[in-house]
Design a protein around this ligand. Structure first.
Ligand code: T4K
Length: 402
């Protein structure tokens, strides 16, 4: 196998630049300075006064991390809430992905989607695995199972799909390909907290599924993540991977990582879980209002939810088609001028970033659906306490541009 891509870290060292300032950090013009900024999301936070007693408990126990009591309680409560057998908490969705690939001893090439947050493929590079990009389905915007077969080589060992925006992948079709070629399946379910299909949690599919509990996610612990496991033995091994590979005080069985979630983050998660159903219902209402207001707007397509039995309304992506008077970027600029900050999730494609663009599978001619969607997508603000007034500012910007 060609391993030349493994040098990319050395090349990267020379490629760091000063960060490009975000549009939302720029000084607003005087005409809109009085308006509240509206960001793509705003974290769902538990009441601060409920956190204080939890912090007092942490201070009394002086157990700050390393599988403390709040960490254990959150793992149990999440497993029950999500309807999955076991949850192993992690410090982020990215460390969860990295550890899942380690635990399954994935080698060689991994088929994945170019249409995701960069962390999906970065987890592969950190494990010295070669990403093989396959195009997405135009309806679900998830990895297209029909195109998987052609990407499989003797070096392929796994598939890493993403339930993008919380819309489930075609899990049956993906599993069928995986079984036929003896491949592992790891779902990056960073967006899919609480999503159920007709068989229960979408997180139960594949060999493993990983979650992100980042501040921007439906359920957050400030930073955090998890691996969903099917059985206790798997959880036990994964717990070791996230704790340097320790089995006991003196025995290390794997080159593990420090992927542990702290007691502080666990306390936040336990409190956030209490009101998560209400937060998701509020998101659902925001989703409903957008769909109602934007239905029939020529050139604006609201990406449909995939019909999951239980949804989480994680994102609200629209596609700006050529029939709309403004391009996606012009519409984005118009939003920013009004202190509204949607995001182009996921533009550019992962495959077009410099550490991926040299892979043969990054050729955009082979990724036509992903390329087109990335050029048209805009994720509108959606979060539980987005006021109707502020949502109307978002809607009016689109309607006014016609
Ligand atoms: N796989 C997938 C498919 C993912 O989408 C992600 C993460 C991962 C894996 C990795 O999971 P983690 O390792 O992150 O747990 C954000 C998030 O940082 C990232 O977690 C997320 N996906 C990605 C889709 O979005 P940015 O760079 O756009 O975030 P940022 O900081 O610009 O925040 C966006 C907006 O959210 C801000 O405009 C304001 C608001 N915000 C953000 C933060 C951090 C707040 O109001 N409060 C906050 O604390 O990447």
């Amino acid at each position: 196998m060609d391993n030349s891509f493994l040098n990319s870290f050395t090349e990267l060292r020379d490629a760091y630049h000063e960060p490009v300032p975000l549009a939302e950090c720029a000084e607003p013009p005087a005409s809109v300075a009085h308006l509240d900024p509206i960001y793509v999301t705003k974290p769902h936070l538990p009441p601060l006064n409920e956190l204080i007693p939890e912090l007092e408990g942490i201070w009394e126990r002086a157990v700050l991390t390393n599988n403390g009591p709040l960490h254990q309680r959150l793992e149990r409560k999440l497993a029950r809430y999500l309807g999955v057998p076991y949850v192993s908490l992690f410090s982020s969705g990215t460390t969860a992905l990295m550890a899942a690939l380690q635990y399954l001893n994935v080698q060689g090439e991994v088929i994945t989607t170019p249409y995701s947050f960069i962390a999906t493929s970065h987890a592969l590079l950190w494990n010295r695995l070669k990403p093989v990009f396959v195009d997405i389905d135009p309806d679900t915007l998830n990895l297209d199972p029909v195109k998987l077969g052609a990407a499989i080589t003797p070096d392929t060992t796994a598939i890493l799909p993403v339930h993008c925006y919380g819309n489930p992948c075609d899990v049956a079709a993906i599993q069928e390909v995986a079984d036929r070629h003896d491949l592992k399946v790891i779902y990056d379910a960073a967006h899919a907290f609480g999503v159920n299909d007709e068989r229960g949690s979408i997180l139960a599919h594949g060999d493993l599924a990983t979650l992100s509990f980042h501040a921007t996610k439906v359920f957050n612990t400030f930073e955090g993540g998890a691996i969903v496991c099917r059985d206790a033995a798997t959880k036990k091994c994964i717990d070791r991977v996230k704790n340097f590979g320790f089995v006991d005080e003196t025995t290390v069985v794997a080159a593990g990582i420090n992927g542990k979630l702290s007691e502080f983050n666990s306390a936040v998660g336990l409190l956030a879980l209490k009101s998560i159903d209400e937060a998701i219902a509020q998101r659902g209402e925001v989703d409903r209002r957008y769909r109602e207001a934007l239905a029939g707007v020529r050139g604006i397509r609201c990406v449909p939810r995939a019909g999951q039995l239980r949804d989480n309304y994680a994102y609200f992506p629209i596609l700006v088609d050529p029939e709309f008077p403004l391009s996606r970027d012009e519409l984005y600029d118009m939003f920013v001028k009004r202190r509204i900050f949607p995001r182009k999730y996921f533009y550019p494609l992962i495959s077009s970033h410099q550490m991926y663009s040299h892979f043969p599978s990054a050729d955009e001619a082979e990724l036509p659906v992903a390329k087109e969607v990335a050029e048209r997508v805009l994720c509108l603000p959606i979060y539980p306490d987005l006021s109707t007034d502020n949502q109307d500012r978002v809607i009016d910007t689109i309607l006014g541009a016609r």
